[in-house]
Write a protein that binds this ligand. Sequence first.
Ligand SMILES: NC(=O)c1ccc[n+]([C@@H]2O[C@H](COP(=O)([O-])OP(=O)(O)OC[C@H]3O[C@@H](n4cnc5c(N)ncnc54)[C@H](OP(=O)(O)O)[C@@H]3O)[C@@H](O)[C@H]2O)c1
Length: 286
Amino acid sequence: MNVTVIGLGEMGSALASAFLKGGHPTTVWNRTPGRAEALVAAGAEEAASVREAVAAGELVVVNVKGNTVARELLASAGDALAGRSVVNLTDGTSAEVQAVAEWVAGRGAEYLHGQIMTIAPGIGHPDAVVFYGGASAVYERFDAVLGLLSGHKRLVADDPGVPVLYGMAVHDTMWGTLNGFLHAAALLSSEGVEVGRFLDDAGASMKALISFLPSIAEAVDSGEHAVEYGALKHHLPSVEDLVRESRERGVDDAFPGFTRDLVAEAVDRGHADDNYSRLIEHFARR
Ligand SMILES: NC(=O)c1ccc[n+]([C@@H]2O[C@H](COP(=O)([O-])OP(=O)(O)OC[C@H]3O[C@@H](n4cnc5c(N)ncnc54)[C@H](OP(=O)(O)O)[C@@H]3O)[C@@H](O)[C@H]2O)c1
């Protein structure tokens, strides 16, 4: 299959390289000349224009900085876009991606959005993840070639905006977890405890944290927050202790203070016997 890659930044170069290694004739285009040299040496064709690049590839992969740029570049292909299949791997918001998808469909081309969940050196790795959104018939047709990019790939919705939300959900969880861990690290360090040693000693407790997520997910999906053990009333004194401990040690208490306020507010609203999942009502506010 002839593949085209538009955008040869850090990520686009890794994508083009994976298609070449997979044996696909690959045409590349980049705004700034000179970035295609290594790929051309590895067998890629460099197109002189986006239009020429789009005309050369049955599958057109776009990976640039921002979806406004992605759309402008595709527009410059003119009528060469009709009949092509576009896989846009450019990050943005779900609405930006949906707008590109609609625009591409209006030009007579097929569209998939892919949310890349790895850094450039991870492309082609068995552990790498890409979430896709779009028509299942298109996704299945390109199954083998997209499989060159990541060991894990999944069509998560026919709406191309949903994989963007998947990516954000992973990052959202990551940043919340990292903030908690760094606060914990500051607390441990204030006592001279090495954080690495804590991880060795408390590894089993830390690993167990991930096992809470399915029950939280089930409660959020069903709206049923009743719980037999571990209710909010038991969280409250523990998080209050954490706030006091932080203050006494001169460690920033804003992050646990935020948690304390959320829990206390839910308890005040009569949810003392509910699962921690009840706090979704705070986060879901518009
Ligand atoms: N790098 C990663 O590890 C990584 C991981 C996950 C997702 N991503 C996503 O992949 C996409 C590309 O990221 P990157 O890291 O490869 O970025 P990058 O190295 O900064 O490259 C950006 C690419 O966009 C092109 N570009 C920027 N503005 C342009 C314009 N006005 N017209 C035409 N081309 C333009 C650049 O062309 P020039 O060479 O001419 O500047 C270059 O090809 C982003 O959406 C990013 O969030 C990247």
